[in-house]
Design a protein around this ligand. Structure first.
Ligand code: SR1
Ligand code: MG
Length: 393
């Protein structure tokens, strides 16, 4: 399937998305089709096209700017290709955890993919108090397979470097470098927080230990090309129900540090925990622990089965890789918790707390938790994350 006439980029409308779906022969010409723009993220247009029998597809299109800010923040359209290439690459290892890509066009910056509307965005479900008993297992397996098989542990070094070249993603990385690792730690105009938090935020900006840890983690993000990472694996980038998990939106994918996706995922579980009463938090702490357990068990099994690394059998090497991955994940989680509280692009888990005093208290807790994660990367183990949340309450 391809677009036979020459195409130029233009943003789609609901009508044009239908025309494209028909042109690409996803539906018969005489089909009665419905189109709805459902994009609720920060960057793209997302069209849900269905026929009378509710058979559907998703057409996602990148805009040449960040939707959340406007045309004053230009962004390259290449992220659409990064996203479809990443989804296809992930599917080589774990097809069960990603949507199927049916078609991609670089010029139009579109990806046509499987309709997952029978599932719910995990963040939405978690905010509504739903349980996802397999989420941690699935994300642990997803990350172990993708990170291991795209790393130097499993790939020929030349092949790995070719793949790293394919996923060079400067402007989306810059968003993370600024919004996650830099701006929240300074008095920067992109920051966004309630006036009641100003004294807490000023204390954070004046904390040189916190800043030093953020700087070290930023350096890791900038320089550690360990494996193909998703780059934005928060709970809004995951569709789920009780049995199924699908990772979406890897437009931030690039060759980055092993612990980054784990850290972002864990941080977003913790942000949800902070929105709950103490009795309802344990499920989230169990998810954090299980994600790590499944990740490390699966990564270990793959290492033993398929590692090409000459040093793979050296006593202590795998343990070193796992230990540094967890430690970095704790630090990255600290940056993400702080950023989602006072930086640009908040989360519904905290912003959705209606009672203002409760919301401010939850956000103060998030700032203390973020700081504790940053300052105690060496000593926080997966099973004591619950205690860290409790002592920072
Ligand atoms: C300008 S983009 C803001 C945020 O939205 C994306 O989902 C990423 O998390 C990014 O940092
Ligand atoms: Mg996204």
């Amino acid at each position: 399937m391809s677009l036979s006439t020459q195409v130029v980029y233009e943003p789609l409308t609901e009508e044009k998305a239908i025309a494209l779906a028909v042109k690409l022969q996803f539906f018969k010409e005489d089909a009665v089709l419905f189109s709805r723009e459902i994009g609720d993220g920060n960057l793209n247009l997302v069209f849900h096209i269905t026929d009378e029998n509710k058979k559907g597809i998703i057409i996602k299109q990148a805009l040449p700017y960040a939707k959340v800010v406007g045309e004053s923040w230009p962004l390259s359209l290449n992220r659409a290709k990064i996203e479809s290439d990443a989804l296809k690459r992930f599917a080589q290892y774990v097809p069960q955890y990603v949507p199927k890509v049916y078609y991609a066009d670089e010029t139009l910056a579109v990806t046509v993919m499987e309709d997952l509307s029978h599932l719910k965005i995990a963040r939405t479900g978690l905010v509504q108090g739903e349980a996802y008993p397999l989420l941690a297992k699935h994300i642990g397996e997803f990350l172990a397979h993708v990170l291991f098989y795209t790393s130097d542990f499993a790939l020929d070094p030349e092949e790995k470097k070719e793949l790293a070249k394919q996923f060079v993603n400067p402007d989306l990385c810059k968003i993370t470098e600024d919004l996650v690792f830099t701006d929240p730690f300074f008095d920067h105009e992109t920051n966004d927080f309630e006036e009641e938090l100003r004294e807490d935020v000023k204390a954070l900006w004046a904390d040189s230990q916190v800043k030093l840890e953020a700087a070290k983690l930023k350096k890791k993000f900038l320089t550690n090309s360990d494996a193909l990472i998703h780059g934005d694996l928060h709970t809004g980038s995951i569709f789920a129900d009780k049995d199924t998990t699908k990772v979406i939106d890897p437009e931030f994918a690039f060759y980055g540090p092993l612990g980054f996706d784990l850290g972002q995922f864990i941080a977003n579980l913790l942000l949800n925990a902070l929105s709950r009463s103490e009795e309802q938090q344990s499920e989230l702490f169990a998810q954090v622990n299980d994600t790590w357990e499944i990740f490390s068990e699966t990564f270990t099994a793959l290492w033993k089965k398929d590692s090409l690394e000459a040093f793979a059998g050296v006593n202590g090497y795998l343990e070193y890789v796992l230990k540094t991955t967890w430690r970095d994940a704790v630090g990255f989680a600290g940056c993400e918790v702080i950023r989602r509280t006072i930086g640009l692009a908040h989360v519904a888990d905290l912003d959705g707390i209606e009672e203002s005093q409760k919301r401010i208290e939850a956000k103060r807790h998030a700032l203390r938790l973020g700081k504790a994660l940053l300052l105690n990367q060496q000593s926080i183990t997966p099973d004591i994350v619950n205690e860290i949340v409790k002592v920072t309450a």
